[in-house]
Design a protein around this ligand. Structure first.
Ligand code: BES
Ligand code: MG
Ligand code: ZN
Length: 504
């Protein structure tokens, strides 16, 4: 576990066993970095010779002995930041600090200290420190629970100390928030998403949610198919019924205690494994479908974080956990089901199951919590991976202000979203001859991500609503070092920032 520390004041001679030294393109060891040449008189030449010029991807370590201990200077290139926006500078620094963490871990350093160079917009300094600290923690995540060779190996734990002459009173809060967001994202959202589907069943996840509720002071509620049937949640039941595992509809609620505070509802898709059901997936498309509960895992993590941060806003998290399996009892193509809000769906493909459980979840949120804003998070469509790839979550909303706020939080946190349209033209695609709507569109319509969103739109009446399709961003994102392999925690940074921005 990586601990974070902040020291404000003049710490030029601070002792630690490692230093991250951020250097821009064409750097020189004068001014604040002169101390490097005290230790290594030839540092400039040495780095040049090793090809370190301060480019974005450069890193190099020089080590020396001090009072009998090894001390490591880990140089990290920043590139040319002069023409970049603040947000893109922060994103490239996330990747720089992550390279440093990788090295610190390899060297098993117990404390690394660093000074983060300031950027033009210095009033955002605290926010930058927070963003870099979260990325550093994300970089430490590993899923090794089932590696028997790692069973007795203690995972690396170290301290990352930010040295700052004066980064204002916000900085300490930033560091504390970063620690909560980073570690909870790793230990809740990413860990549960990475767990295999034979372990992370609906009942298991419901129990884990209950434990988190106790720890973080949240209200917890959970019910299975019987209660869901009584309530008329035909979509939830249709997906649940094919599995030997009992589905669980899990609710975590954070109440701020402020009577005039708005309420945000988060609905996360929690399909613990998606075989496609009777519309069975080919095996090469089925591998990795343990991640089909990543939306619900994000909601679990966010609720835990909100419980710890206690903002002045009400948040409720709804997580329908089910396993989508084929069996003699499973729902079929041609079935017609009735939802919580009375609408009927003709099932034309049992692999479009996410929208079947989310429809009831959205209706449930509106009926019992009357939220001002509903945001659903789901690994909903392969089409979203085609449209946006792995670096942007798909965003579809009925409210332009909500789109603007989420895009802003996305750019700020590096957990990026990109809007897709929601026009009436798309709605005709999911017409059904025999029910109110069908769960997939006529093939002549294409645009699968929007098709899923217009389906969900039928279950939102009064709230402003945003749909986040994280199919491409939830796991196995290439190239971004701090996001790593496996589960990414997509939408946690985004939504925590969004929620906090609405509570101020
Ligand atoms: N879980 C999938 C979506 C998905 C696909 C997530 C690939 C991540 C990677 C979802 O339940 C699904 O199967 N969607 C179908 C919808 C289709 C039947 C209309 C899809 O995308 O093919
Ligand atoms: Mg899982
Ligand atoms: Zn599916």
């Amino acid at each position: 576990m990586l601990s974070l520390k902040l020291l404000q004041g003049n710490y030029n001679n601070y002792q630690s066993d490692g230093y991250f030294i951020f250097l821009p393109d064409g750097f020189s060891f004068s001014g604040e970095y002169e101390f490097v040449t005290n230790e290594f008189p030839h540092a400039q030449k040495l780095l040049k010779q090793h090809g370190f010029t301060g480019k974005k991807s450069d890193s190099y370590t020089l080590s020396t002995e001090k009072d009998g201990n090894l001390v490591h200077y880990i140089f990290l290139g920043l590139g040319d930041e002069s023409k970049c926006s603040f947000n893109s500078i922060v994103e490239s620094r996330r990747r720089s600090i992550a390279r440093g963490i990788q090295m610190a871990k390899k060297l098993k350093l117990s404390e690394i200290s660093t000074m983060i160079p300031s950027v033009k917009e210095s009033d955002q300094y605290a926010s930058m420190i927070e963003q870099l600290a979260i990325a550093a923690i994300m970089m430490t995540y590993e899923f090794e629970t089932f590696k028997s060779s790692k069973k007795d190996v203690k995972p690396w734990s170290g301290t990352l100390t930010f040295l700052s002459e004066d980064c204002g009173e916000n900085c300490q809060n930033s560091i504390e928030r970063a620690s909560i967001v980073g570690h909870t994202m790793n230990s809740v959202t990413r860990y549960f998403a990475d767990l295999p589907p034979n372990i992370a069943t609906p009942s298991y996840l419901s129990n884990e949610a209950e434990k988190l509720a106790k720890k973080d002071g949240l209200l917890f509620e959970s019910f299975g198919r019987e209660r869901a049937e009584e309530l008329g949640m035909g979509g939830f039941c249709a997906v649940d019924i094919g599995s030997e595992q009992d589905g669980k509809f899990v609710i975590l609620e954070y109440k701020s205690g402020k009577s005039d505070a708005p309420t945000i509802a988060l609905c996360g898709k929690g399909v613990t494994f998606d075989t496609g059901g009777i519309s069975l997936k080919p095996s090469n498309y089925m591998t990795g479908m343990k991640y089909d509960m990543s939306g619900a895992a994000a909601v679990l993590g966010i609720m835990s974080i909100i419980g710890q941060l206690k903002p002045a806003i009400n948040v409720v998290g709804l997580m329908p956990f089910v396993e989508n399996m084929p069996s003699g009892r499973a729902a079929r193509q041609d079935d017609i089901i009735t939802h919580l809000n009375g609408k009927t769906t003709e099932i034309k493909n049992t692999d479009a199951e996410g929208r079947l459980i989310l429809s009831d979840t959205l209706a449930y949120a509106e009926k019992f919590y009357k939220p001002d804003t509903i945001i659903d998070i789901a690994t909903l469509t392969g089409a979203c991976v085609v449209a946006l790839g792995h670096f942007y979550t798909g965003l579809i909303s009925n409210n332009d202000e909500l789109i603007a706020s989420l895009r802003e939080s996305g750019q700020k946190t590096g957990d990026r979203v990109w809007p897709l349209p929601l026009d009436d033209d798309y709605r005709d695609g999911i017409k059904s001859q025999v029910a109110d709507i069908a769960n997939i569109a006529l093939s002549s319509y294409s645009g699968g991500t929007i098709e899923a969103a217009v389906y969900l739109q039928n279950f939102v009446t009064s709230s402003s609503w945003a749909h986040l399709d994280i199919a491409g961003t939830s796991n196995d994102v290439p190239a971004i070092n701090y996001v790593g392999k496996g589960a990414t925690g997509a939408s946690v940074r985004l939504l925590v920032d969004y929620i906090l921005s609405k509570s101020r």
